[in-house]
Design a protein around this ligand. Structure first.
Ligand SMILES: [Zn+2]
Length: 287
């Protein structure tokens, strides 16, 4: 009942937005698969999770909704890895659809939880200090203790794989875009896992008392995204990078469809345009 009510709230919240993810997809299982090299997709249809497998254990990006934890576990096991070998847990940003399952995953695996500095208070308060959703009980989730506080440009490495945490703020104060390199068939590719460039419905870009520098942060985020070399384009929701369509194409063989530098550039440019349109609208409205 509670899940049904929450889904309804998400749907209402996101309805009508060009940025909307179909919230009913968020807990719908999706077959796990190898993206490239030691990088795997273990998320649901609507929210993305990545597993990076190394000889010293595995790293997971995004714990997703609490209800998704058993599905993530099943996906990891289906790929032939052990859930308990999850040594490091990171997130794209401190919103319930990417971090609500973190407390559970920490409890089940003992993974070390690593979060960008400005998102730490939100994660450790279970969403209570979020600038937009903090006073909305329906968006709270179990608080989780952060084991390592990350700063812009920090590297997280395990078993020979290095991930770099880039602060890409605006959507949340500590929104993080992860980069890494994967090697497959003798070719090494730059991977970008976008945190989120979206301006959610209700976000105040002008005169935002809870987040005064929000518009400047979005500007900074777009400059960072533009500067990152990207061959393999991923993000916090499959909808960002056409996950389902690329997964279908992948099965036909040939060039890996997740190698999509042009798709990445177009995504960043389109999202910046959406931000600029919304900012202009809000500035006009505030005069
Ligand atoms: Zn979000």
């Amino acid at each position: 009942m509670r899940i049904v009510r929450l889904s309804l709230i998400f749907t209402i919240l996101l309805a009508g937005s060009a940025l909307a993810q179909n919230a009913s997809d968020w807990s719908e299982p999706f077959p796990p698969f190898q993206i490239a090299g030691n990088l795997y997709y273990v998320g649901s249809k609507g929210v993305a999770s990545s597993l990076i497998a190394t000889p010293q254990g595995n790293m997971l990006i995004n714990s997703d909704l609490e209800a998704n934890v058993p599905t993530i576990r099943a996906s990891i096991e289906k790929l032939g890895f052990r859930f308990k070998d999850t040594k490091i847990l990171r997130i794209s940003h401190a919103h319930w659809d990417h971090d609500a399952g973190s407390a559970k995953i920490k409890e089940l695996t003992g993974a070390s939880y690593m979060v960008m500095d400005a998102d730490v208070p939100v994660v450790e308060s279970g969403g209570k200090t979020d600038f937009q959703y903090g006073n909305r009980g329906e968006f709270r989730y179990p608080a989780a203790k952060v084991d390592r506080v990350l700063h812009d440009g920090d590297e997280v490495s395990l078993g020979g794989t290095v991930l770099v945490a880039h602060l890409t703020p605006g959507h949340t104060k500590g929104c993080t875009t992860w980069t890494m390199r994967v090697t497959e068939g003798g070719k090494t590719s730059d991977v970008v896992i976008v945190g989120s460039p979206n301006v959610n419905p209700g976000y105040k870009l002008v005169n935002n008392r809870a987040y005064p520098q929000i518009a400047a942060d979005y500007e900074h985020m777009f400059r960072v995204l533009e500067s990152l070399p990207c061959e393999i384009f991923l993000g916090a929701h499959g909808g960002y990078f056409g996950m389902e369509e690329k997964y279908a194409r992948m099965k036909n063989g040939g060039v890996n469809p997740f190698i999509d530098p042009d798709g990445y550039k177009k995504f960043v440019a389109d999202k910046e345009q959406e931000f600029r349109t919304e900012l202009a609208k809000q500035r006009l409205g505030s005069q």
